[in-house]
Structure formats: C-alpha cells, structure tokens
Design a protein around this ligand. Structure first.
Ligand code: GDP
Ligand code: IMO
Ligand code: MG
Length: 432
C-alpha cells in the first residue's frame, strides 16, 4: 500500500494535472486539498484536452473516487460549470464519484470583487497579479472566522444567517475603501447561492471519514496539490504568493488525515522554470531563448490565458522544494520543449554581492538582487517526444537528467516528453 502526494516544486504549472491523471490509473481516490479555481490542470488523452480547475485530475478514470477536501476554497458556480462541461463530453461526475467536504469554504461574489478591487488599487511592482478568482479574500475570511462553508450553503437558514452577518461590512469595504460602484444585494445572492446549494448537496460529505474508510479498506490515495512550493503562503516568495499552503504538509490538514498515512511525496519539476503573475524569478530569460521556450512550451496560463514568464531550470528552487516537502522523488516534465537547443543551462546557486548562496533566500530584497550561477550542458538535437524508454534518450538528455538528480540529491521517477498521457516514461511507479 502507498499513499502519494503530488506537488509543484516551482511556481505552478509544472504539469501536475498530467501526472495526477497518469498516476490515478493505479490509485483509488484522488484528493484536492488546497487552492481553488486559481488552478488550471491540463490533461491530454489521445489528443483530447481537458482542463480541471476544481475537480481532481483523476476524474477521467471511470472507477475512481475524486474528493474535494476541506482545505479547498470552492466557487460553486465554477464547480457546477465544470461538472456540466465534463458531462457534455461524456464524463460522468455523479455523487459518489465526486465527494465534496462539508467544511470547505465558499468563494462568494464579494471575494471576487475584493480580489479585483485590491489589485486595481495596487500600483506598479506592488501588484500581485492574482488570478482574480477571489482566492485570497476567501481564505482571509476563513482565518478571521467570517467564512461561509459548504455545510452552510446546503442549509438555507444557516446560509442566510452567515450572509447577513457579513454583507454590510463587505459593502462598506467595497464602497468606502475600494470605491466600487457594485453594491451587493443579499436577496439576489441568496436566490443564486441557495440554488447552487441544492445542486451541490448530493455530493457533500465528511471527506475525512471517507478517506479513513478507504485507508481501512487498503485503498490507494493520491493527493493532488495545486500551485507550487514557491507560491506557498509560508514558504513562497511572499507576498507574491497564493493564499494557501501549497506544500506537501497541507495534504494532511487540507483533507483530514494525519502525516503517518503519507508514504511518498512526488515533486513535479518542469525541465525549465515558468512563473505567471508578479514576483522575483532569478533565472527569468528576457531574451530570444526565453521567447523560444515560451513558444515551444505553449506557455500560456490554463486559467487566465496570461503569457508565462520563462527561464532556465533553477535547482536552488528545486532543492528548496525537496527540503520543504521532504520529496521522495521527482517527475521531470516538458523535457521535449528543450529539444534543439545547442546548450542548456542549469542554475546551481546564486551570486549575492560577494557571496555564493546555495539555499533559496527568504528575504525578497536579497532574492531580487541574486544573480544565477549557471552550469552549461550540451543540448540535444533529436525529437525526444516519441521516446518510451530512458535508455533511448540521447546521451546529452540523460546527462541533463542525471545532473538534476545530483544537484537535487533526489531520484527522478517519471519523465514526461509530451502533453499526452501516453508521452511519459515511468521509471518507478510510486504506487508499486
Ligand atoms: P499544472 O497546473 O501543473 O497541472 O500544469 P498546467 O496544465 O497549467 O500546464 C502544463 C502545460 O504543459 C499543459 O498545457 C500540459 O498539457 C503541458 N504539458 C504537460 N507535460 C508536458 C510535456 O511533457 N511536454 C509538453 N510539451 N507539454 C506538457
Ligand atoms: P496551478 O495549480 C501558476 C499565481 C497567480 C498569482 C499568485 C496569486 O495551475 O499550478 P491567486 O489568484 O492565487 O491569489 O494568485 O499565484 N497562481 C498560479 N500560478 N499556477 C497556478 O495554479 C496558480 N494559482 C495561482 O498567477 O501570481
Ligand atoms: Mg496550471
């Protein structure tokens, strides 16, 4: 038996969705434990693309249970749209196949307005570049104990009471601080959200109890992280982060299970680095090579469509993720995007003033001034996307992978060479 957590090691969009879909074949339950529809997880099966924002990326497998844990913030309209889109494409998303935690928090209309309003007020470098999905304001209400939970959404009296307790304050903030013209009307929110509650009720359960039962039945659990380690609210490049713990430890609190139940933690590493939104990014390439990677990797956000910033692989970043998440293995994705480059650079450390840093600095002002120290490796001209066995990789590709293992002191378990489920080399199945 093995229970596995999959998390992003960089700044998100490492290809977690693809890997979770692939590993879901061997798992019984797939559990999202944090974030919300700021995530965009892309799955490609026989050339058909699906993007999961809230629903776990195991949903395309018929006989698996997908769970949305208490740590997720849930926009009910987005969830219902996602269920409908999947159903329209012939994927059943019935209650029982999808389970939603009673204690997940609901993203309300004012959360989205506040998210947008705050971003508009911020000037220049202070802008975070959020996805505008209301994620931060929803987690904020959770922490100050003013949130509305799934359990309230499906209970009209409770929902009404919780909403009436906050609506005046939200309108005051919108009008007086954010200078918004949009004022919220309780009755129209009630009409809209209670209808969502009706539709969502059959899916709602105590997710922790469902997980415990699965563990007792020797089922295999796969925890699906969203965002990435360096967007974590504690360990990321604060304040240019998301508002949840994106790291492996939160798989437990965000689902209602203890750390003794986790066996393996797989970190997803894009073969280069990308970041969408603002914030420091030491290996960012603002030249033609960066443009080539961006174009070849089709690096546009799966949620907002924004162009992703691109740069070389940064092993200071990956090593930081290895430690924070206690990674047991790595998956390298998008290796094919580097095909045809004469040389490939890997950042091994940072030059800061007269010092060489080998650990990722927590001080943003230091990080902003860090110059990457690169090692340059020969590239490969071959198209590697059809390769099925590690031994068939060109020697220079193997050397690149081996060097990543050395620099991160962590074994590579899976290599992805294309977006499709089939375009993957599994060196060690974490569930085996
Ligand atoms: P996630 O948020 O971590 O799930 O990643 P995204 O889905 O936002 O972004 C990853 C993008 O890369 C998606 O468009 C995937 O279809 C694509 N992708 C994943 N793995 C590979 C790969 O190995 N090669 C290529 N070329 N594309 C990949
Ligand atoms: P997946 O799961 C990449 C970024 C936003 C912004 C910051 C805060 O697909 O990897 P938020 O809306 O969360 O308050 O925005 O976090 N961000 C992501 N970047 N991938 C994601 O998810 C992201 N989710 C949030 O761009 O910089
Ligand atoms: Mg994504």
């Amino acid at each position: 038996m093995a229970n596995v957590v999959v998390i992003g090691t960089q700044w998100g969009d490492e290809g977690k969705g693809k890997v979770v879909d692939l590993l879901a074949e061997s798992a019984d339950m797939i559990i999202r434990f944090q974030g919300g529809n700021n995530a965009g997880h892309t799955l490609v099966i026989n050339g058909q693309q699906f993007i999961c924002h809230l629903i776990p990326s195991g949903i395309l497998h018929t006989d698996k249970t997908c769970l949305i844990g208490n740590g997720v913030v849930l926009d009910p309209r987005v969830l219902l749209d996602e269920i409908k889109t999947l159903k329209d494409r012939g994927i059943a998303v019935e209650p029982g196949k999808l389970l939603i935690s009673e204690t997940a928090h609901i993203i309300m209309p004012y959360h989205k307005l506040i998210d947008h309003g705050r971003e508009q007020l911020l000037k220049g470098d202070a802008k975070i570049g959020t996805t505008g999905r209301g994620i931060g304001p929803c987690y904020e209400d959770k922490i100050v104990r003013k949130g509305i939970r799934v359990i309230d959404l499906v209970d009209p009296d409770s929902f009404k009471q919780k909403l009436s307790a906050v609506i005046d304050e939200k309108n005051f903030y919108l009008r007086e601080y954010l200078k918004s013209d949009t004022m919220l009307d309780s009755q129209s929110i009630l009409d809209e959200y209670l209808e969502y509650g009706e539709q969502i009720r059959p899916y709602v359960t105590n997710v922790s109890v469902a997980i415990q039962k699965a563990i007792s039945d020797n089922k295999k659990l796969l925890f699906e992280g969203a965002q990435g380690t360096h967007l974590d609210i504690d360990h990321g490049t604060y304040p240019y982060v998301t508002s949840s713990n994106t790291t492996a430890g939160n798989a437990c609190s965000g689902a209602g299970v203890g750390p003794t139940q986790i066996d393996k933690v797989l970190g997803i590493v894009k073969a280069y680095t990308t970041r969408v939104g603002a914030g420091p990014f030491p290996t960012e390439l603002l030249d033609a090579v960066g443009d080539t990677i961006q174009e070849r990797g089709a690096e546009f956000g799966a949620t907002t469509g924004r162009r992703r910033r691109c740069g070389w692989l940064d092993t200071v970043v990956v090593r930081n993720a290895v430690r924070i998440n206690s990674l047991t293995g790595l998956t390298i994705t998008k290796l094919d995007v580097l095909d045809g480059l004469e040389t490939v650079k890997v950042c091994t450390g940072y030059r800061y003033k007269n010092d060489l840093l080998t650990e990722f600095p927590n001080t943003l002002n230091i990080l902003k001034e860090c110059e990457p120290v690169y090692e340059e490796l020969p590239g490969w001209s071959e198209d590697i996307s059809g390769i099925k066995e590690f031994d068939d990789f060109p020697e220079n590709t193997k050397n690149y992978l081996r060097r990543i293992e050395e620099l991160t002191k962590t074994p590579i378990r899976i290599v992805s060479v294309g977006p499709d489920r089939e375009e993957t080399i599994v060196l060690e199945d974490p569930f085996a």
